[in-house]
Write a protein that binds this ligand. Structure first.
Ligand code: SF4
Length: 326
């Protein structure tokens, strides 16, 4: 380890003041402490925000949800409003990490977690995300688990969060509060593509806090679900995942929201799949045809060419599961 200071705060103004002075926020600590132990991250000042009153989960007008940023993953997963209103979120949370980690980790921290690229966590390896300009060991290294969508010459690491995939499908908004006040950011704008600056992963400004995550109201009835494909059945990150949300009325798909995880440098919104579904009648052939659009634009690396086919099959299967479970 290395020396750092630690301050615990109990109210939001005190947190923001500490953040303005350069403090690094920590809540459950399930990501940051690991990275500090490995010296991948070396914050000088930690600000413990765990006691802030940001854990509420409540309904919004019209049938949406507001999730406090410090709500625990386990609490959110079993909350009746989440479980009944947006099962895709409950399922994504329950398929994440381990029960012990879900009891500790906050929703905001889940969105802020960093990639599981092994080269990123190995301080002896070249990594543009850890040290800009150093190069990317994954490009010529073992890249079976890396991304096929949204990659750049600088970085091909996948985004690790299951929750973020469900929130991307649902067009959620991340609410931030900082020195310049409050601002909402669409989740698709909050998580950044690597481009030439993979060290910047989130559209969060110095000193800003995530206060809540808002899922907008969706037309009802709404069927949704999350499928995660991984090398082992528990405590493993996704090789590929699919979040599917369908609104079907009078036998026609009126709205479709689909996103994939484990394949993109950010959760990947499958717009072409969504477009293929809307206005059509649910049918086995429709799921197959729509899923053919899932891997459009994929750029496989040496060891992860299988992910394009896996993505197509994962999306098709989850469309079928959700589409036939309405
Ligand atoms: Fe670093 Fe990204 Fe390359 Fe992994 S893929 S080594 S995180 S630059």
């Amino acid at each position: 380890m290395f020396p750092f200071s630690y301050t615990a705060v109990t109210d939001v103004p005190a947190a923001l003041a500490a953040g303005r002075r350069g403090g690094r926020y920590i809540a459950g600590g399930t990501t940051l402490v690991d990275l500090m132990r490995e010296t991948v991250e070396r914050p000088e000042h930690l600000v413990d925000i765990d006691a802030l009153p940001l854990r509420d989960i409540s309904a919004t007008a019209g049938g949406g949800l507001r999730l406090g940023a410090l709500a625990r993953m386990a609490d959110a997963a079993r909350h009746p409003l989440v479980r009944t209103g947006f099962p895709v979120v409950s399922q994504a949370l329950e398929l994440s990490a381990s029960p012990q980690l879900r009891n500790m980790a906050s929703l905001g921290g889940n969105l802020m977690q960093r990639t599981r690229c092994t080269y990123f966590r190995d301080v002896s390896a070249a990594c543009n995300k850890r040290r800009p300009g150093a190069g990317c060991a994954a490009l010529d290294g073992y890249n079976r688990t890396h991304a096929i969508l949204g990659t750049s010459d600088a970085c091909v690491a996948t985004h690790p969060s299951d929750l973020a995939v469900a929130l991307t499908a649902l067009d959620a908004t991340v609410h931030l509060l900082g020195p310049d006040g409050a601002r909402p950011v669409a989740i698709g704008d909050f998580l950044l593509l690597p481009g030439g600056t993979p060290q910047h992963e989130h559209a969060i400004r110095p000193g800003e806090l995530i206060t809540s995550i808002e899922i907008p109201a969706h037309p009802r009835p709404l069927a949704s679900g999350y499928l995660k494909v991984r090398d082992r059945r528990s405590y493993e990150f996704a090789l590929c995942s699919a979040a599917v949300v369908l609104h079907v009325r009078d036998g026609v798909i009126r709205a479709a929201k689909v996103a994939a995880g484990g394949v993109g440098t950010v959760p990947w919104k499958l717009h072409a799949v969504e477009r293929h579904l809307v206005g059509r009648r649910p049918a086995p052939e429709l799921w197959i045809r729509a899923a053919q659009h899932a891997a459009a634009g994929a750029r496989p690396l040496r060891h992860n060419g299988f992910k394009a086919e896996l993505l197509t099959r994962t999306v098709e299967r989850q469309l079928r599961v959700v589409g036939e479970d309405r």
